[in-house]
Write a protein that binds this ligand. Structure first.
Ligand code: SF4
Ligand code: SF4
Length: 121
């Protein structure tokens, strides 16, 4: 048993590690990967269908500038994208931006102003 474990350990010294040195080495994301949402403020009418659809109640319709738009709590989002599917005006779409962690609960709540920003990914 000890010999087998040792042989296995020695063999692995010469094998390339499968782990990545994140964040220096970021993995290539699959084509259909779903990260945070992008909100098209020109299309959104604030109907709230997305909020009604969300299975985890993480969308709230909030006032922004002269209208009402979705705000998403990424602390609870499942990335199921039912909200975008049900939006009658296709105002929500997906980006590949996945680095959404924050130091407190409030920092992972994305209001319309953040959601409408174009993703660089
Ligand atoms: S994103 Fe779509 S479903 Fe949500 S409030 Fe705007 S128009 Fe309505
Ligand atoms: S992706 Fe799913 S969980 Fe996240 S806001 Fe949309 S409906 Fe809710």
């Amino acid at each position: 048993m000890v010999v087998r474990s040792l042989t296995h350990a020695i063999k692995n010294v010469f094998v390339k590690p499968v782990t990545r040195l994140y964040p220096d080495e970021i993995m290539e994301l699959p084509e259909r990967f779903k990260g945070r949402h992008h909100l098209d403020i020109e299309k959104c009418v604030g109907c709230g269908i997305c909020a009604q659809t969300c299975p985890n109640n993480c969308i709230e319709i909030v006032k922004f500038q002269s209208g009402w738009y979705p705000q998403i709590d990424y602390g609870h989002c499942l990335f199921c994208y039912l909200c975008a599917e049900m939006c009658p005006l296709n105002a929500l779409s997906n980006t590949k931006e996945f680095e959404l962690a924050g130091w407190d609960k409030q920092s992972v709540v994305w209001g319309p102003e953040r959601l409408m920003k174009r993703s660089e990914k």
